[in-house]
Design a protein around this ligand. Sequence first.
Ligand code: NAD
Ligand code: AHE
Ligand code: ZN
Length: 375
Amino acid sequence: MRTRAAVALEAGKPLEIMEVNLDGPKAGEVLVEIKATGICHTDEFTRSGADPEGLFPSILGHEGAGIVLEVGAGVTTLKPGDHVIPLYTPECRECYSCRSGKTNLCTAIRGTQGKGLMPDGTTRFSMLDGTPIYHYMGCSTFANHTVLPEIALARVRDDAPFDKICYIGCGVTTGIGAVINTAGVEIGSTAAVFGLGGIGLNVIQGLRMAGADMIIGVDLNDGKEDMARKFGMTHFVNPSKVESVTAEITRLTQRGDDAIGGVDYSFDATGNVGVMRDALECSHRGWGVSVIIGVAPAGAEISTRPFQLVTGRVWKGTAFGGAKGRSDVPKFVDWYMSGKIEIDPMITHKLTLDQINEGFELMHQGKSIRAVVEF
Ligand code: NAD
Ligand code: AHE
Ligand code: ZN
């Protein structure tokens, strides 16, 4: 079939909207009509050329929602008409990683996924002249239709709006999951969140759900403060307006019986390795846990004095908030539908596929939280 897609032809160039060829689903695969997709900073990371795994030409996008149109041979858990959310972290429930119960990082298809291919080592997308187009994160949601492995689709309830639940495909689950699954934040905790964008706001939402007392938000953009306060942020620090962000957070968290100060939990949602260091070093001596969510450019490395870890701080990372996609994503959708979590205010812009590059510009200008493309 043919479908319309935004194609990343070259690193650093705007996406180009065009008709592309899409082959039907092979065994174990599913054809999905994408109804809506968010634009996550990771799409920008890859579009820009900063992703060491970036491939071109490719169809980016990994935060989508849609409807199953057709299933390939052997698919048993999905049927045409089912509403689904694509999963860049699949859940096969059979590989060594899934069986371990210790991680959400299913390894069944990670090798081919990182090469922009379906599990059989081929691509379903091509240009009208026959040039193959790579898949992205196994999802390629910047296309009106896409093909995914069955294990990379979460079936969700039929009454949930696509233009909101697409965000559960990455940002919502990553932010809330980082708090609940990765950090395991307890009631009464203190926390700092670096980067108040599409992920950081969901970390804040997760911290409020977990019962944190003090939630310090950190962002270079003062324009992010109001929205973050609506989601539960109690204090705001703009690092460009203080001498040292770690000293400021230490000062805010010192109490009568604790002259040391520092947060119980911190989160990096910027992708900046200097910020990751600050996030670790503002966590409390003896027990502070710092979670890296941000994705850093090729070649970037983190550093700190080992003494920071010797004295009890723990550095962790999280992918997709530690969530197991097929098991957990339907629950996130239920939480949204019952009002337990909020999504609507974070979807600040709605665009058509033809306007998708405006979504990237809004992100750069710091004007959007999530721009969602509706097909
Ligand atoms: P975003 O662009 O919406 O938000 C980033 C925020 O960080 C912005 O508000 C920006 O002003 C702020 N910021 C940038 N540099 C800063 C600095 N030096 N100090 C303080 N604030 C700063 O991006 P997003 O969609 O929220 O994504 C955030 C990061 O998380 C990206 O690196 C993205 O690739 C990554 N990410 C990781 C996962 C995962 O599973 N680990 C999932 C989704 C996104
Ligand atoms: N390709 C990059 C890594 C990018 C990365 O870390 N991706 C996250 C999800 S970001 C979603 O917005 C992830 O899931 N990582 C686990 C994995 O297996 O990719 C690089 O640096 O090579
Ligand atoms: Zn993402």
